[in-house]
Design a protein. Structure first.
Ligand code: MIC
Ligand code: SF4
Length: 650
């Protein structure tokens, strides 16, 4: 039986285990990337490991999230990151150079390599034929130290593409079609592999858009083959030598198949407040729009923004609409400046934003009360924009640009009198690596600079054998990492856990921090109870570190998302699931709960399951629960988290 491309690349990197779906494996990581909002913790943890230099092939540190710099904190973080990069052999991408995923695709991605990034959209690299996976910062630190990355061998779903996209329909509409089919939950430990004759018509940035937003389905990653399109992209980036042809065997077997006829795809939107809430743009046509934002790591390549400029050319943005455009990288910005596109955008009234995450992470451009905001980024969780009542729709750049001109939700496929711009052929990108700082051969004499906002990560503690605590919070379904640890205006505390922890669950229950601290003082554990798909979204390990700092020992949910579940184990918080989801109703907020014989349950963890019982001391119920963790994760929890485990096993 032939092999999928996914399994071919995994096999080449396999360090432990057997490649069969569902089993625990460990793979070698060739490249790592971090961004500033997760990077400071990752490097503090790397420093705590006591190594002299990074051990993997390539480590890149990007600054793209916290670039607003109100107050000294962000700039201090940037200084820390630059100095730590020089000290330990990491390439540093300076603020202004662009969004990590876009820049990595342009300058560093290599087909067939593995990439681990402390950001959930690291799968963008799948557009170049890489196995590119998002993880918590501590996992990245371990990979930089030469350690393997542990994961569950995935199921591989083939997404077979045929036909060609029609004008006005683009890669964003394809991934929204995939999201419509697979949704945002239930796809854990699965990889989407794209195949079929439809591949030929999709450029690398378009493939990257599709892989980027696959993250919203909760899959481990998404993967395209490396073919003539890949070769052309790498050559145009002056990196033709990195090309390697890669594809699945003709008789490869997949766990599931989904076929998409590109010619039948229609413009789609993800409606408030989930990337999985998909509707056809046709149904939204005519709705008044207040804000349009184009950019983010999903849709900000040169070809896309060139098209946006052509659409805007000769038009003025509707009077009640604010249009912002953030080119994904400095390369894109320079090319738009050179070819006159930037002038067309400015002439239309667009507000040109920095090449950074910016609006996508709620750092600025918050919409007005109840405003309708159309965005080309990948997440529209409630409140992520900075305005809780805002209605954020995720759309393609084409739908966004047209809607900005017309002032209402525009269906690109209906009559609007604006003609579709000619596609461009890019023979060479404007390569300029001046904002990349390459580390010296020997950085041992370089001093690492730490500002006052940068504190050491708090130590995690081994789990007690009997855990007695209160259900401090009873949350519902689909609690995202943005619910657990808000970003936007709170982002600047990422390097200061006690300060950031004040905002834990801020949007769900602002009293959480004080109540949890009070229990911690009384030596009571905090136990959080939640519904399905707990921890969707970001890789931010702060969503585990801050609760750990507040004394959360157990997270009891109906189900978890992959990266967050791993982060909980890495920081010594026990993730357990209800055996019978209906038992969720047997616990109320404030109930006193007890878990006995935790150590023996973890020591007896088999086939990725450890069974426990939660006794509800308030109402006498006994609730069977299961920790769906690997044997290694059981050991991490017994050791008190990954950092302690790494020290013990050195
Ligand atoms: C996001 O899109 O939510 C982020 C901000 O890029 C996060 C990382 C973070 O929280 O710093 C992600 O996707 O992992
Ligand atoms: Fe940045 Fe948004 Fe991409 Fe996250 S999703 S990396 S915040 S642009």
């Amino acid at each position: 039986m032939g092999s999928s491309l996914t399994y071919k690349i995994l096999q080449e990197h396999l360090m432990e285990g057997t490649l069969s779906a569902g089993s625990s494996i460990a793979i070698r990581i060739d490249q790592t990337l971090t961004q500033d909002a997760t990077g400071t913790m990752a490097y503090l943890q790397f420093e705590a490991m006591g190594l002299d230099r990074v051990q993997n092939e390539l480590a890149v540190s990007y600054v793209d999230h916290n670039t607003i710099q109100v107050g000294f904190e962000n700039a201090d973080d940037h200084r820390y990151l630059q100095s730590v990069a020089a000290r330990y052999g990491i390439v540093f991408s300076r603020p202004g150079n662009g969004i990590c995923h876009q820049v990595h695709l342009e300058r560093f991605g290599v087909p067939g390599k593995t990439l681990l990034g402390s950001d959930s959209h690291t799968p963008t690299g799948g557009g170049l034929g890489m196995i590119a996976i998002g993880a918590g910062g501590l996992d990245i630190a371990v990979a930089m130290g030469g350690g393997a990355f542990h994961l569950v061998a995935p199921k591989v779903v083939e997404i077979r593409l045929k036909g060609v996209l029609r004008p006005w329909v683009s890669a964003k509409d394809v991934i929204l079609t995939v999201l419509e089919r697979f949704g945002v939950k239930g796809n854990v430990n699965c990889i989407f592999e794209y195949t079929g004759e439809g591949l030929d018509s999709l450029s690398v940035p378009e493939r990257a858009t599709i892989c980027n937003m696959g993250a919203e389905c909760g899959v481990t990653t998404s993967l395209f083959p490396s073919d003539s399109v890949t070769r052309q992209f790498l050559e145009a980036q002056g990196r033709g030598a990195s090309f390697r042809a890669l594809s699945a065997d003709a008789d490869a077997k997949y766990d599931d198949v989904f076929e998409i006829d590109l010619g039948a795809v229609v413009p789609k939107a993800a409606a408030p407040h989930s990337p999985g809430n998909i509707v056809d743009v046709e149904q939204l046509q005519g709705m008044r729009v207040d804000q349009v934002l184009i950019g983010s790591c999903t849709n900000s390549s040169y070809a896309e923004l060139h098209r946006v400029a052509e659409l805007l050319d000769g038009h003025v943005v509707a009077p009640h609409v604010s249009l912002g455009i953030a080119p994904g990288s400095r390369e894109v910005m320079l090319m738009l400046a050179k070819d006159g596109s930037l002038a067309k955008m400015v002439a239309s009234g667009a507000r040109i934003l920095e090449s950074a995450c910016g609006f996508c992470i709620g750092n600025h451009q918050s919409p007005g009360t109840d405003a309708v905001s159309l965005r080309t980024n990948n997440r529209n969780f409630e409140g992520r924009s900075g305005t809780k009542s805002a209605q954020v729709y995720l759309v393609s750049p084409e739908t966004a640009a047209l809607s900005a001109i017309l002032g209402e939700f525009a269906n690109p496929l209906s009559t609007h009198g604006i003609s579709f711009p000619q596609s461009i052929q890019i023979d060479s990108f404007l390569v300029d690596d001046n904002m990349l700082v390459f580390p010296p051969e020997d950085g041992s004499s370089i001093e690492v600079v730490r500002g006052p906002n940068i504190g050491d990560p708090p130590a995690s503690m081994p789990l007690s054998d009997s855990i007695v605590g209160l259900c401090t919070l009873k949350a519902g379904d689909k609690i995202t990492t943005d619910h657990i640890m808000p970003a936007g205006s709170r982002l600047k505390y990422r390097s200061n856990i006690p300060a950031y922890a004040r905002y834990t669950f801020e949007g769900v229950d602002p009293t959480f921090h004080d109540r949890a601290m009070e229990n911690k003082r009384k030596n009571m554990a905090n136990i959080v109870v939640a519904g399905v798909s707990y921890g969707q979204g970001s890789s931010r390990e702060h969503a585990a570190i801050c609760p750990m700092y507040l004394g959360v020992a157990v997270l009891l949910a109906k189900s978890f998302e992959r990266i967050h579940q791993a982060n909980l184990c890495n920081f010594g918080i026990l993730p357990v699931e209800f055996v019978d989801e209906a038992d969720y109703d047997k616990i109320g907020e404030g109930d006193e709960l007890e878990l006995l014989h935790v150590h023996s349950a973890l020591e007896n963890c088999k086939n990725s399951q450890a069974s426990l019982v939660v006794a509800n001391l308030t109402n006498g119920e006994r609730i069977p629960v299961v920790a769906r963790i690997t044997e290694r994760q059981a050991s991490l929890l017994l050791a008190g988290g990954l950092l302690n485990f790494t020290r013990q096993t050195k």
